[in-house]
Design a protein around this ligand. Structure first.
Ligand SMILES: *Cc1c(COP(=O)(O)O)cnc(C)c1O
Length: 221
């Protein structure tokens, strides 16, 4: 089942209307090492974790050397466990977190790639900078010595209403292009989960994070 889902999704994600290749990141929270390795064997090249403990517990069991993304809320005091092991910190949602990643990266002699998370729906339940603060956040974070900003990440509100979702997704694309116009490192707009990824890609996302559509419904312990 996982194998079939991966093959189908990899064929489907393709490119967005701007001709950019869309990267499929498997959102692996709650999944077993065996199932994650199945997805990798079927063609998944990038995996994203939400919890530092799970990331650490599974780290050595994962085969095939995929790119490891961190996509969940990250406590500042846990950053130290991820340094040098994380391909892309997608959920940089506050300056304090960016400062800690930069400080720890500098100490370890690495430069860490990150995305700035934007709370595009202005939802209390979600982290991220307010949309209007996005450019200022970019300026501050891109000036930190051991961080490289590679783009933006967002989660759309949980609704099926396309008249709500589409304008928000397009606003994200707009901000992404604004930053990309002045910074050649800007490459990724990470937006889209199992329920909304097609709409997000239509609006210009080039990175989607899928859990349920790869692994089926999650079972929380
Ligand atoms: C769980 C999660 C996803 C994937 O969600 P699905 O709806 O299962 O595809 C994507 N992004 C983040 C940040 C997540 O926590």
């Amino acid at each position: 089942m996982i194998e079939e889902n991966v093959k189908k999704l990899l064929a489907e994600v393709g490119t967005n209307p701007f001709g950019e290749k869309v990267t499929l990141v498997a959102a692996v929270k709650t999944q077993t090492v065996e199932d994650i390795n199945r997805a990798i064997a079927a063609g998944i090249t990038d995996i994203g974790d939400n919890h530092v403990q799970e990331f650490r517990d599974k780290y050595d069991g994962i085969c095939g050397n995929p790119n490891r993304h961190f996509i969940g809320h990250l406590q500042t005091n846990k950053v130290k466990y991820l340094i040098g092991k994380t391909y892309l910190y997608q959920s940089v949602d506050r300056l304090e977190l960016a400062e800690e990643i930069s400080k720890r990266s500098e100490r370890a002699g690495v430069v860490s790639d990150c995305l700035i998370q934007i709370n595009i729906g202005n939802e209390e339940s979600k982290g991220g900078f307010e949309y209007d603060d996005g450019q200022e956040a970019y300026q501050k974070i891109s000036a930190m010595p051991a961080l490289k900003v590679k783009g933006l990440m967002a989660m759309l509100p949980f609704t099926d209403d396309e008249t709500v979702l589409r304008p928000l997704a397009m606003k994200m694309r707009e901000l992404f292009e604004k930053l990309r116009d002045r910074d050649g490192n800007i490459e990724y707009l990470s937006m889209g989960m199992s329920g909304d990824w097609k709409l997000c890609v239509e609006c210009g996302s080039n990175m989607v994070r899928l859990g349920t559509s790869i692994f089926g419904p999650r079972h929380y312990a």
